[in-house]
Design a protein around this ligand. Structure first.
Ligand SMILES: *Cc1c(COP(=O)(O)O)cnc(C)c1O
Length: 230
């Protein structure tokens, strides 16, 4: 079996090649290693190879890992659907949330953010016009939500995120990512200080980087196939 260390350096090479291919620098793309379903040992191996940012989808699986790895200086990203009864755990234990898609959830994250931590970094998840059911705010409601989140004192609105349907064809992949980038640029032109486009996974990171991704969320290519949740 290939080790996490080897796969991680393969992913870094993919990111580097994709960035270079469109005239961007490698350090303009942050790699979030998505470790959902994978054990603490695999995360330690990635951390030993220099990886700092990790993403989790399930609060109840993530909390014991975050605690077990508290000796390392890691940055934790919540990338799953947020249930309102989990907002306290999310805002207490994570550094980033990529999946805010309604004001009520944002209000709860804001109200419960511990005073001894800096503002919670937030991306708004936007539904692609081509899909329903993947979560995300309707593009028609995005500007209003972005403004409201930007005004919340304990949240730092950083940017936008999308989870488009899988497509094997690069043009289709790019079309989804381009749509998100257009929203991003419009909001910036309207004065919101955004710096983050969270888009791209194992199967489409090259297309995402070509369309301006500043964070890619990569699971399978680093940790191998997902394991059954226990
Ligand atoms: C699981 C997951 C990823 C990583 O997907 P891979 O295809 O394994 O790289 C990225 N983003 C989100 C929101 C996920 O749920």
């Amino acid at each position: 079996m290939t080790s996490v260390t080897v796969r991680l350096s393969d992913v870094r090479r993919r990111i580097e090649a994709a960035a270079r291919g469109c005239g961007r620098t490698t350090d303009s793309v942050r790699l979030v290693a998505v470790c959902k379903t994978h054990p603490v040992e695999a995360i330690r191996e990635a951390a030993a190879a220099g990886q700092r940012d990790f993403g989790e989808n399930y609060v109840q699986d993530a909390l014991p890992k975050i605690e077990a790895l508290a000796d390392l200086d890691l940055v934790w990203h919540f990338i799953g659907r947020i249930q309102s009864n989990k907002t306290r755990a999310v805002t207490e234990h994570f550094d980033w949330v990529h999946t805010v898609d309604r004001a009520r959830i944002a209000e709860r994250l804001d109200a419960r953010r511990p005073a001894d931590r800096g503002p919670l970094n937030v991306c708004i998840q936007v539904r692609s016009t081509a899909t329903d059911g993947h979560g995300g705010v309707d593009p028609d409601d995005l500007d209003d939500l972005a403004r409201r989140v930007a005004d919340m004192p304990r949240l730092a609105l950083r940017g936008l995120m999308c989870l488009p349907p899988q497509a094997s064809d690069v043009d289709r992949q790019r079309a989804h990512f381009r749509e998100l980038r257009r929203h991003f640029e419009r909001l910036k032109a309207d004065g919101l200080p955004l710096d983050t486009l969270s888009m791209g996974m194992t199967g489409d990171l090259e297309a995402a980087i070509a369309e301006g991704a500043t964070q890619v969320r990569i699971g399978t290519a680093i940790f191998g196939p997902r394991r059954p949740r226990t």
